[in-house]
Write a protein that binds this ligand. Sequence first.
Ligand SMILES: Cc1ncc(COP(=O)(O)O)c(C=O)c1O
Length: 492
Amino acid sequence: MFAHNFQVKTPLLDAIKGYVEDDHAAFYTPGHKQGRGVSQKMRDLLGSQVFKADLTELANLDNLAAPEGVIKEAQVLAAAAFGASESWFLVNGSTAGIIAAILATCGDGEKIILPRNVHKSAISGLILAGAIPVFVQPEYDRILGIAHSITPEGVAHALQEHPDAKAVMMVYPTYYGVCGDVEAIANLAHQYNIPLLVDEAHGPHFSFHPDLPPAALTKDADLTVQSIHKVLSSLTQASILHVQGERIDRDRITKSLQLLQSSSPSYLLLSSLDAARQQMAVSGKELMTHTLQLADLARKEISKIPQLSVLELNPSAGFVNLDRTRLTVTVSQLGLTGFASEDLLAQQGVIAEFSSEKHLTFIITLGNTQADIEKLVQSFQKLAQEHLREKSLANFSKSMYSTRLYFDKKTPKLSPRQAFFAATETLPIKRAVARICAEIICPYPPGIPVLMPGEVITPDALEYLLNMQAIGSEITGCADATLKTLKVVKDE
Ligand SMILES: Cc1ncc(COP(=O)(O)O)c(C=O)c1O
């Protein structure tokens, strides 16, 4: 996929190094002037070197909105390393890339097929574009309480009913590392001559090891967005959007990103993408071999602990592959929720990525060590010893039933954009039933909206939200996070 000799280059990092090492009087932004003006408290915490590299679009540092120099060079290297024809660096996370993907493919009133358990950034994209969502229900494992991928069958059905859709979007892998059939879904989209857009936020490492699931681009996706910061080594917010083939209008991607991204992009973020790409292009296979070994060790040892189980590949139409570096441990047999276990593990110095009602999910990456895995296993052993199944199973099974994942199957009454801009009123939650929701309401984690602007508020949705809140999930996206009131579209 790439040639090592040119992949050792780091054009963007090198350009920054020049400024870091050069002694000059700075009369440009940022105001801290390479750290000289930074608060002492900040300097004590972070040291001074990092601020020297916190630069702006200076001579020889190129321009993210219209790159022609070192940013362009770094993006070309990234495209080659990740198997794309063209790549765009993102400084506002995959969020910006997902919104740009929607803006570049769907106009006002045009349809896009996407999973109901899509990340909230896609809902933001719908609002900004004015696009109409055609939701496909993901496969849902009722026993585990985990939503997987959308299936080829679901997408085929949506395409038959909406042959005028302008794009299909899928999440690959899910937050749990579950991969759907990206190849079959790409083929279906292409039969209608529309692109497959992939939210691959959690899969940028896939390109670098044959034992990981295949990268979406190798299975004919037209566009993918990857959070390099989530599983590789770039700084938080640094992501990449990749494109291949002719179905995506590249000028529209550039124009959309110009709308969305800062005119003062952080060069710490940009150069961290250059460095992370070089690291993976040169040593990715070795690093991923080690990461997979650590993940396999954790899976093996935790599976041995009575009452705990680890999410393993269990093939179905919405679960054709699993990223083994994503570890989901079911704790419900201990009589604990994932939320409670998360707190107990944190007391032992182990911090999970997120918890859900029955599970805890851990991201294992090139940054983890053998010592981390040992600590994780030991903490689970201790947790299991201290919380025997009998202790609180009765309480738990009640909550298991009541927080069944809720997805509404009805088409929204208004488009997300119409609802977002409509006149609204705030009502006590009970009086909001049957009204049109005016905000995104999203338990976090896992960041899957339960209600979104334009949808009719049903008693089921409210019950699910209240139950999630009761067991410790934070409700985000709505003005009143306590859920006492909800914003609804005003009746005419
Ligand atoms: C599935 C998925 N897509 C997109 C995003 C947004 O990515 P970012 O945080 O890089 O903006 C996230 C973030 O958690 C995510 O989980």
